[in-house]
Design a protein around this ligand. Sequence first.
Ligand code: SF4
Length: 164
Amino acid sequence: MKIKILVSACLMGFRVRYNGSEKAKVISQLALWEQERRLVIHCPELAAGLPVPRPPAEILCADGSDVMHGRGRIIENTGHDVTEHYQLAAWLALRTAQEAGCRAALLTDGSPTCGSQNIYDGSFNNIRKAGMGVAASLFAEHGIAVFSETQIPALIHWIEEREG
Ligand code: SF4
């Protein structure tokens, strides 16, 4: 049985923010996994009804886990509090992953939802800090292995270890 992977929808649009060779590697690996029918393509924020386009949002002085446990807030750069929308986005993403049997997730870094290695610091000054977004942290808490788009080799290795 091939391990299924929930993947950030925006990664499948190949809007990865890296140099050409890195991008080419991401594209070819994603294409292979898609051929193998491993991928469950999902955008948590769209699934929760957030519009496109939408104002940028950041987690204030906290991380995704804090937000999911009611200890942190997410606001847009307009000052509008969108914490509940992002909490819903995380829960819907978890349900999607669980229903599809995903054991891993490949998520776009930096996002207050999908970020897994880093997120923005809440100042709206384009400053990143280590931390997870709401969906990434919820996945991790529920036993779904989380990887960012910069960790494709680690994800390949993780799959190989389990599939032999
Ligand atoms: S990073 Fe944002 S746009 Fe991309 S899938 Fe996650 S929630 Fe959607």
